[in-house]
Design a protein around this ligand. Structure first.
Ligand SMILES: CC/C=C\C=C\CC(=O)SCCNC(=O)CCNC(=O)[C@H](O)C(C)(C)COP(=O)(O)OP(=O)(O)OC[C@H]1O[C@@H](n2cnc3c(N)ncnc32)[C@H](O)[C@@H]1OP(=O)(O)O
Length: 277
C-alpha cells in the first residue's frame, strides 16, 4: 500500500469486504488541505479505482473535524511561484493552471468509477465543502457543521462548491450559503439535502456508513459504475441528451454476465456473485 502524508487508505476487515476507506490524516491541523493533499488525493483515488478488490470508497477523516479547508499556513506555498514573471499576463496564466490543478484533484472523485461516500464529523469548511459536494453520497454526525467560507477570506470559491452545490441544495440555498458564509448545522444540512442522513455519534456513523457501503459493494459493479457515470454525465446534459447517453451506455452494458447472474441467483434462491471491475 502506498504511503501518503495527508491521508491514508484503510482496508475493511474482513478481507472479503470490497469497501475501502480513504481517510484524511492531518488531525492536528483539523485535516486542512496541504499542498501534498492535492498531489496525493487523486493518486490515492486512482489506486483504489484500479484496485479490483475495491468496489466502494468511504471518504472519512481522523480526529474531531472532517476538514478545515485550505491549509492557511500552506496557502503561500500553494500559490508560490505564481508571481515570478514580470509579465502579469504570464503570472495570471500560471495562476490559472495552479487553480485548475487543484480543481482536478477534487474532480478526481467524480472521475473515479467507484462510488465515493463522505462521512463527515465536526467542521467541514471551505475546501471541505468543495470535496464533499463532489462525493456521490454524504452522511454526517449531528454535531457536524459546515460553511462555504471563502467570501470571508476575500476569495471567490474556485474548487467546485459554486458549481456543484446548486444541484444538490438548489440554486437559491447555494447562493445564500455562499454569499453569507454562515455556519450551518448537520440537521440543516440534512434539511437542505446536502447530506442523506445524520448520525448521533461518529461511532454510529462509521457503523451505519459501512453497512450502506457494504450493501452497494454487493451489487453488480457494472450497474453501480454505470449508475454513477450516467447520473454525473446526465447532470451536465439536457434531458434528451441524458436519455440518449444512457441508451448508448446500456446498449453495451445489457450484454453483461451480471444480468444473467441476477436471474440465476433468484431462481436458485441465493445471493448473486459478480466478478470484479
Ligand atoms: C487557490 C485556492 C485558494 C484558497 C481556497 C480556499 C478555500 C477554503 O478552504 S476557505 C476556508 C479556510 N478555512 C478556514 O477559514 C477555517 C479556519 N479554522 C477554523 O475556523 C477552526 O480551526 C475550525 C476548522 C472551525 C476548527 O475549530 P476547532 O475544532 O476549535 O479546532 P482549532 O483548535 O481551531 O484547530 C485545531 C488545529 O488546527 C489548525 N487549523 C485549523 N484550521 C486550519 C487551516 N485552515 N489551516 C491550517 N491550520 C488549521 C489550528 O490552527 C489548530 O492548530 P494549533 O497548532 O493547535 O493552533
Amino acid at each position: 500500500m502506498e504511503k501518503y502524508t495527508s491521508l491514508e487508505i484503510l482496508e475493511e476487515t474482513p478481507k472479503s469486504s470490497s469497501v475501502f476507506t480513504l481517510r484524511l490524516n492531518r488531525p492536528h491541523r483539523s485535516n486542512a488541505l496541504s499542498s501534498e493533499f492535492f498531489q496525493e488525493f487523486p493518486a490515492a483515488l486512482s489506486s483504489l479505482d484500479h484496485n479490483p478488490n475495491c468496489a466502494v470508497i468511504i471518504l472519512s477523516a481522523k480526529g474531531n473535524n472532517f476538514c478545515a479547508g485550505i491549509d492557511l499556513k500552506a496557502l503561500t506555498s500553494l500559490t508560490a511561484g505564481i508571481h515570478t514573471s514580470s509579465d502579469p499576463g504570464r503570472s495570471a496564466e500560471k495562476s490559472r493552471r495552479q487553480i485548475k490543478f487543484m480543481q482536478d484533484a477534487i474532480t478526481a472523485i467524480e472521475n473515479c468509477r467507484k462510488p465515493v461516500i463522505a462521512a463527515i464529523q465536526g467542521a467541514c469548511i471551505g475546501g471541505g465543502v468543495d470535496i464533499i459536494t463532489a462525493c456521490d453520497i454524504r452522511f454526517c454526525t449531528e454535531d457536524a457543521y459546515f460553511s462555504v467560507k471563502e467570501v470571508d477570506l476575500a476569495i471567490t470559491a474556485d474548487l467546485g462548491s459554486l458549481q456543484r452545490l446548486p444541484g444538490i441544495v438548489g440554486y437559491g440555498n447555494a447562493m445564500e450559503l455562499a454569499l453569507t458564509a454562515r455556519t450551518f448545522s448537520g440537521s440543516e444540512a440534512k434539511a437542505l439535502g446536502l447530506v442523506s442522513k445524520t448520525f448521533g455519534s461518529k461511532a454510529d456513523m462509521d457503523e451505519g456508513v459501512r453497512a450502506i457501503a457494504e450493501g452497494i459493494g454487493a451489487k453488480s459493479p457494472l450497474a453501480v459504475t454505470g449508475t454513477k457515470r450516467v447520473m454525473l454525465t446526465s447532470r451536465d446534459m439536457r434531458l434528451n441528451e441524458g436519455l440518449d447517453y444512457v441508451a448508448t451506455w446500456n446498449s453495451a452494458m445489457l450484454l453483461s454476465n451480471d444480468l444473467r447472474e441476477v436471474s440465476s441467483a433468484r431462481l436458485q434462491n441465493r445471493k448473486p456473485s459478480f466478478s470484479k471491475l
